[in-house]
Design a protein around this ligand. Structure first.
Ligand SMILES: C[S@@+](CC[C@H](N)C(=O)[O-])C[C@H]1O[C@@H](n2cnc3c(N)ncnc32)[C@H](O)[C@@H]1O
Length: 224
């Protein structure tokens, strides 16, 4: 099993209640605020975790249809159980590796909004992953990416180095321009940084710096 899958399978039952949960929930709320104008159609959340963001979005927008995908089956199970207990019927969660999934399994959905919140740094093929996102968006569809910027936070830079030289997995943290370049190369036309936020934690001694990037697919170019 992929080590990322193992890590998040183990975290699933406490993901919304452990000491980092308020941090991730605050990130999800940032994304929620950023996509209020684009929530009436089909929404895909990649690396959805326990689905906190997508459940809120679908609950607030009953005419939307949400699909969450995550590599960790325990995350997907938690997400589905929480949606059921909250009576949210316009959302479903599926287990899948975004890097490997056959886009033809999803393509009929042609999403209006695709979200990727704090998950992109796990992808080993970043450009290919964003090209797949571009291909699955309907013309006029919006992609929202929330990621840490390693050039603005020593903590994120240190974490990047730990992964690169000690853990030696494919987790990579980016700088903001690296992320916007990837979006442009994948075919997005109007790529912009919608928000930059510093998030403080642990007695306000440490912070990470987040960038919320938005890209719009203007037409049907850039097929995957
Ligand atoms: C830090 S969590 C973020 C979860 C959620 N988006 C949030 O904001 O709380 C990262 C999630 O990405 C998922 N993930 C990592 N690599 C993935 C991949 N290749 N395909 C799908 N999901 C992946 C993990 O299983 C995990 O649930």
């Amino acid at each position: 099993m992929n080590p990322i899958e193992t890590e998040f399978n183990a975290l699933a039952s406490i993901y919304e209640s452990n000491r980092l949960s308020s941090w991730y929930k605050a990130h999800a709320d940032l994304v929620l605020n950023a996509c209020t104008e684009h929530t009436n159609g089909k929404i895909l959340d990649i690396g959805c975790g326990t689905g906190y963001l997508l459940r809120k979005l679908c609950q607030q927008n009953p005419r939307s249809l949400g699909v969450g995908i995550d590599i960790a089956h325990n995350m997907v199970r938690e997400a589905g159980n929480k949606a059921t207990s909250d009576n949210i019927e316009n959302v479903r969660f599926i287990k899948g590796d975004w890097e490997e999934i056959d886009p033809s399994l999803l393509i009929k959905d042609n999403f209006n909004l695709i979200l990727c919140s704090s998950s992109f740094h796990y992808f080993s093929k970043p450009l290919q992953s964003i090209k797949k996102i571009h291909a699955l968006l309907a013309p006029g569809g919006v992609f929202i990416l929330l990621e840490r910027d390693k050039t603005q936070s020593l903590l994120t830079l240190a974490w990047d180095l730990v992964h690169r030289y000690l853990i030696k997995d494919h987790v990579v943290f980016y700088n903001e321009s690296g992320l916007t370049d990837l979006c442009s190369k994948a075919g997005f036309d109007d790529v912009r940084v919608a928000e930059r936020i510093k998030r403080y934690f642990w007695m306000n001694k440490f912070f990470t710096s987040l960038s919320l990037i938005q890209g719009i697919k203007q037409d049907s170019r850039g097929k995957f």
